[in-house]
Design a protein around this ligand. Structure first.
Ligand SMILES: [Zn+2]
Ligand SMILES: [Zn+2]
Length: 299
């Protein structure tokens, strides 16, 4: 029997880390989800402060690590310099740019930089410049690689079946679908389903992308009282994420990328209300508010 794909949540918060008594149960670390597929390795979705906890569990191991970013906003890259495997010689760490392929050759980010590649092509490594972080990328023993061409093909060759879709977000972002052994997980964070600006991707296209997924992880940063002030900031309302999950007929919706001001008590209420919302519509899908430590097995 093929082993399942295992998803683990290391950071579930959006915008900025929010440690403190009022966020202790769901967690205050920013975006990071790991996907473990035996034989292939670990696919890390976003490198917010949550990646630090993941790194500690990987220390001393030899699994290959692939880091895929939704985009380069701080809450998705800031944890990377604190990722323990980075400081282990011989460790295989591969990452990808946050923009579409530019035709640049594959190779180390440093080499790419010397060849005059566009800035911010590898935002994880770029922040390790000796000024914003004391250790420079040139000096880390793992020698991480940034793949800039045919990224999805590269991942497929490594054992990860991944598709991508552009999200509606200021500055741009991507969502991903990971398939394994007949199961699928869709990761769509930092996505505004009904923005006031022109959509890159329409609701129906997101629904088709996530159709019948086992797990849909979706941005649910806002609630009605945040509007209209935060309309256009690049995030969805809880009920919009619920609408998408219902339209796509997914099995399990995970509400994700919580507002830094959202307390544990408020998140409890959001979960309760969302479950009632589905129940009232006769919709039997599961709904969970993401929390640090959440782990899911997908066949
Ligand atoms: Zn974010
Ligand atoms: Zn963002």
């Amino acid at each position: 029997m093929t082993p399942p794909m295992i998803a683990r949540f290391w950071g579930v918060r959006g915008s900025i880390a929010s440690p403190g008594l009022s966020t202790a149960r769901y967690g205050g670390n920013t975006s990071c989800v790991s996907i473990h597929i035996a034989d292939a390795g670990i696919l890390v979705l976003d490198a917010g402060t949550g990646i630090r906890g993941l790194g500690k569990t990987l220390a001393g191991g030899n699994e290959k690590v692939f880091i895929l970013l939704s985009h380069a906003h701080w809450d998705h890259v800031q944890g990377f310099p604190f990722f323990t495997p980075l400081y282990e010689a011989g460790r295989k760490i591969t990452m990808f740019p946050t923009r579409l392929s530019t035709g640049s050759p594959c190779g180390r980010c440093l080499a790419l930089r010397e060849q005059g590649s566009p800035p911010s092509i590898c935002p994880l490594l770029d922040q390790m410049d000796g000024e914003r972080f004391p250790v420079r990328v040139e000096d880390v023993p793992s020698q991480p690689k940034c793949i800039t061409q045919d990224e999805m093909c590269f991942l497929r060759d490594q054992g990860f079946e991944v598709a991508r879709i552009p999200a509606n977000h200021p500055g741009g972002a991507f969502g991903y679908k990971v398939r394994h052994n007949g199961g699928s997980l869709v990761y769509l964070t930092d996505n505004e389903l009904e923005p006031p600006y022109p959509k890159v991707t329409r609701f129906e296209e997101f629904a088709a992308f996530a159709r019948h997924a086992d797990v849909l992880i979706h941005d649910a940063q806002y609630v009605e009282r945040d509007m209209p002030h935060k309309h256009g900031w690049g995030h969805s309302l809880v009920h919009q994420a619920c609408n998408l999950a219902q339209a796509a007929e997914v099995k399990h919706l995970i509400l994700y990328h919580h507002d830094p001001d959202r307390t544990d008590g408020e998140l409890d209420s959001i979960q309760e209300n969302a479950r009632q919302w589905f129940e009232a519509r006769g919709c039997r899908l599961r709904c969970t508010v993401a929390f640090e430590g959440l782990s899911l097995e997908i066949a």
